[in-house]
Design a binder for this molecule. Sequence first.
Ligand code: FES
Length: 149
Amino acid sequence: MERKEFLSLLGGGAATLFAVGCLGSCSKSESEDPQPGNANPGTGGSVKKDFTLNLASTANNLLKTPGNALISNGVIVAYTTDAAYVAVSSTCTHEGGIIGYDASGKRFNCPNHGSNFNQSGTVINGPATKALKQYKTTLTGDNLRVYED
Ligand code: FES
């Protein structure tokens, strides 16, 4: 094989490698919303959460039965045994564990290190020392709005 031939083959191969490498990483959109459901995505770090859960949708069926909860948009929404909707951040303030709901204890729990929070997000037991962010809820027909002021 002549040197010129070799370099020609190498150049084509390098271009092919670049194209293959780019297929995996160059096709993703840079503007994907990391938190779908935000009313004002992309407006900076202080975007307030404001989303609505349609309780007529099968995806939100859990919230029709007292004692259940679901996580949406980084918020855990619970339907308490007192037939009230409560909502707090689903991320533990200690080290970021995913919060669960304990209907009988009327509180939120973190399985990672055992922190407990009341239904307003206030710490009952640590190691977490900071409250979970609390969100407001408003039910209008089948639409449950979860939002912050
Ligand atoms: S991450 Fe929740 S108690 Fe540690």
